[in-house]
Design a protein. Structure first.
Length: 111
């Protein structure tokens, strides 16, 4: 069941102020058509935004820019963590020392 149908089945009216539309849940074909058109346009706009975003990211990467989050640790720190774990140091203490979560520490170890 859609959110619209769920709300209107509980006698809630949906009102779009900007478009001056009200949906009461009555089975009026024109209301259903209007709601479907609004939904389709919103979905289309979202897809266009995502497409432009992907194109922008691809362009930035082609220019050599780094996209995404910066690495939390340097290569030297990763190597230090691996060496200290090999020597038997406790992982919990290392994660606190380097400010890492347990999941991040295990991911770093696997690299």
């Amino acid at each position: 069941m859609t959110l619209h149908k769920d709300l209107t089945s509980h006698s809630v009216a949906l009102e779009f102020h900007k478009e001056n539309l009200t949906f009461t849940g009555e089975d009026k074909p024109f209301q259903v058509l209007q709601l479907q058109i609004i939904g389709a346009v919103a979905q289309f706009e979202r897809e266009i935004i995502k497409e432009r975003q992907r194109a922008g990211i691809a362009k930035a990467q082609a220019m050599g820019k780094h996209c995404g989050r910066k690495a939390k640790l340097t290569e030297e720190q990763v190597q230090e963590i691996k060496n200290r774990i090999e020597k038997g140091e406790e992982k919990k203490g290392l994660s606190k020392e380097f400010g890492l979560s347990r999941q991040t520490l295990y991911r770093v170890i696997k690299l």
